[in-house]
Design a binder for this molecule. Structure first.
Ligand code: ZN
Length: 153
């Protein structure tokens, strides 16, 4: 991780958008199959299942469970040649990303860019649950695939 002057970047922003993050939005887990994972997280642990959907643009089937404070996002790849499919093939199932809520995804992207951090998305794009999202490369975050997630566009 390259050090940068966070204060200098934040000083240019309108105070009403600070702090940038509103806290944990969700944790994304790569799984081989939603059907095989729901008995643990939904039935045994009792996390309410909020919704399931396919995000075709990302090649994943998603099941979202309520953690109380934040969500658990189970990600089943729709094929081996998808980002999550390649992740599972390379590392096996497990923690895929951490998503932090932001008030304004476009503004957060601009801040990260100003800080010299490497983004995988240069503009907000639609994610699961109608959210606006952008990913930050693990190279810029100490090894964590970080999702910036704006709930209310
Ligand atoms: Zn996510």
């Amino acid at each position: 991780m390259t050090p940068f002057d966070a204060q200098a970047i934040l000083e240019k922003l309108p105070p009403e958008i600070l702090p940038l993050s509103t806290g944990l939005d969700h944790i994304g887990l790569a799984v081989e199959s939603l059907e095989a994972s729901l008995p643990l997280y939904h039935e045994l642990l009792g996390l309410p299942l909020l919704y399931q959907e396919e995000v075709v643009s990302d090649g994943v089937r998603v099941a979202v469970l309520d953690l109380g404070h934040g969500h658990l996002e189970l990600l089943e790849p729709m094929g081996p040649e998808t980002p999550v499919g390649r992740f599972v093939a390379k590392r096996g199932p497990g923690i895929h990303h951490v998503a932090l809520g932001v008030k304004d995804c476009a503004q957060a992207i601009a801040c990260f860019r100003d800080a010299g951090l490497q983004l995988l998305d240069q503009a907000p794009r639609p994610g699961a649950g109608g959210k606006q999202i952008a990913f930050v490369h693990p190279r810029s975050t100490g090894g964590v695939l970080l999702e910036l997630c704006q709930s209310h566009p």
